[in-house]
Design a protein around this ligand. Structure first.
Ligand code: ADP
Ligand code: ZN
Ligand code: MG
Length: 497
């Protein structure tokens, strides 16, 4: 009997592991400086080089950063936590074990809420966030993989060994490459807003691995996953996940099975390749680090940190979306600079529930303010002359028609150089827009008698000539005449003659 083969639909299951180097003055367990760059092996000491007898002391600020990350993501902070040794050999890890956290991490649960490019909402829960130390860094010289003596070799730099590293592990709840990238973007923004890391993927202060499996739609069980490494931008993460989903679909369509393994991303060829079979937790022989006492976090300290969390990006997005009608791309641009998002929120909060004002303030900020900042090679956070109050005044003056848009732009340039109150400047210097019909009519009459050529052109049907005449009115009034009023008065007069 011949039957039709019904093609089985598969869905992707994705979980993310993300490592974030924390911004601290010193390393995780010693007093060495935590600084990117610097000559190799200049930021080292007996503790981070694991010399015999040296004892680690935890960095309080690093613990604080991880707890704040957890709180910002709505996680539970257990009162008790401990450090464990994760045993494995790595040429750039002097201890031959890594101090990490196994069964009692600092942070448990939490959720990352995110927005996709089209503005739609998504979320993914977190399993845990724990604190560990980074390894040193190997550099492979010459061709090949550095294994052949004489022709190639590898160098190791221990400056990074012992730098505080936070690991965030998500639940396998993401279902597309797009969602995985949006998840990572909001995670990155959250740490940026908290100020706990530089989160620069190009410098390695944010690194992530993607775990990918596929399963028949409707199935409640997970398929075997592969873990993808070596992606160095969010764009690569998206491409790597898509390519891996496609590869697994093909393996299964051809009747094969996907083995659990670690795969590397090949950016140039756009494919993943097998690196090694995956280790299991028991391979690491975790045990509590006997050099470190467990951490007991006082509830009052955690509450204090909770109160100091401040604005988080997803909330900034929601407030801005509520206040003004901005496109998702504009909201994304605002969110990307915490100082810019905070500035706009502080501005719109000066007139709550005034949509037109909020929109005007947003247009000013994303338009002229950003243009001027770019011209001056600075950013909103680095300048101090423009404040939410004075931006609001510019927007109010222009909206109410008190000044022309030309005057408004000049005023903004000035306030961004010298500071001061735009309203006071307008009053003091008589910059107010000329909207008195009698006064504008007088200038219009003057312009008509002095520009016979343009008048004749207009009356001969050259519609464009009106622009030249309005321009003359603006010139005579030193930019203060209301241009709409000038144009309507001109048209009225020229019809009569
Ligand atoms: P491992 O022991 O291999 O490190 P974990 O259970 O610690 O696996 O999970 C590591 C990451 O892989 C987590 O982000 C988790 O959500 C994700 N993950 C687990 N199982 C799957 C699966 N079947 N498909 C995709 N991702 C998965
Ligand atoms: Zn050190
Ligand atoms: Mg794991």
């Amino acid at each position: 009997m011949s039957g039709t083969v019904v093609e089985q639909a598969y869905e992707a299951v994705i979980g993310i592991e993300c490592h974030v180097e924390l911004k601290t003055v010193t390393k995780m367990f010693c007093g060495c400086r935590n600084e990117f760059g610097g000559d190799p092996d200049t930021q080292v000491c007996p503790v981070c080089l694991a010399l015999p007898g040296a004892l680690p002391v935890p960095n309080r600020v690093a613990v604080e950063h991880v707890v704040r990350a957890g709180l910002a993501l709505g996680a539970v902070i257990p009162p008790f936590s401990k450090f464990d040794r994760k045993n494995y050999f790595y040429p750039d890890m002097p201890k031959n074990y890594q101090i990490s956290q196994y069964d009692m991490p600092l942070v448990s649960g939490g959720v990352v809420r995110f927005r996709r490019d089209d503005g739609s909402e998504g979320s993914c829960r977190l399993t845990r966030i724990h604190l560990e130390e980074d390894t040193g860094k190997s550099t492979h010289m010459g061709s090949g993989d550095g294994r052949i003596a004489g022709s190639t070799h590898s160098l190791v730099d221990f400056n990074r060994a012992g730098v505080p590293l936070m690991e965030v592990v998500s639940e396998p709840e993401l279902r597309s490459a797009e969602d995985a990238v949006a998840f990572l973007e909001y995670l990155r923004l959250t740490f940026l807003y908290l100020g706990i890391s530089d989160v620069k993927m190009e410098e390695g202060s944010l690194r992530c691995d993607a775990n990918v499996s596929i399963r028949p739609v409707g199935s409640t069980e997970f398929g075997a996953k592969t873990e993808i490494k070596n992606m160095n931008s969010f764009r690569s993460v998206g491409r790597a996940i898509e390519s891996e989903i496609e590869r697994q679909r093909n393996v299964i369509a051809a009747g094969g099975r996907v083995p659990q393994e670690t795969r590397g991303w090949d950016e140039a060829n756009g494919v993943t390749h097998s690196m090694r079979s995956k280790e299991q937790a028991h391979d690491y022989r975790y045990f509590p680090d006997p050099d470190l006492v467990p951490l007991t976090l006082a509830a009052t300290w955690v509450d204090e940190l909770r109160h100091g969390i401040g604005l988080v990006p997803i909330v900034a997005y929601e407030r801005l979306e509520h206040a003004c009608a901005l496109a998702p791309a504009q909201l994304r641009q605002l969110l990307g600079d915490p100082a810019l998002a905070r500035f706009l929120l502080a501005t719109v909060e000066l007139h709550p529930d005034d949509g037109a004002f909020a929109q005007a303030a947003a247009n000013w900020l994303l338009g002229d303010v950003l243009r001027i900042l770019n011209e001056r090679g600075t950013s909103i956070g680095a300048q101090s002359t423009l404040t939410p109050r004075t931006l609001a005044e510019c927007a109010e003056l222009a909206m109410g028609g008190a000044i022309t848009s030309k005057t408004a732009k000049e005023l903004l340039e000035r306030v961004m150089s010298e500071g001061g109150s735009p309203k006071e400047i307008v009053q003091r210097e008589g910059l107010a827009q000329l909207s008195d019909p009698a006064a504008v009519a007088q200038i219009v009459a003057q312009v008509i008698s002095a520009n016979a050529k343009s008048v004749a052109d207009f009356q001969a049907g050259k519609e464009n000539a009106i622009k030249a005449l309005v321009g003359q009115v603006m010139k005579v009034s030193k930019g203060k005449a209301n241009p709409q009023l000038a144009e309507s008065l001109l048209r009225e007069r020229l019809k009569q003659t």
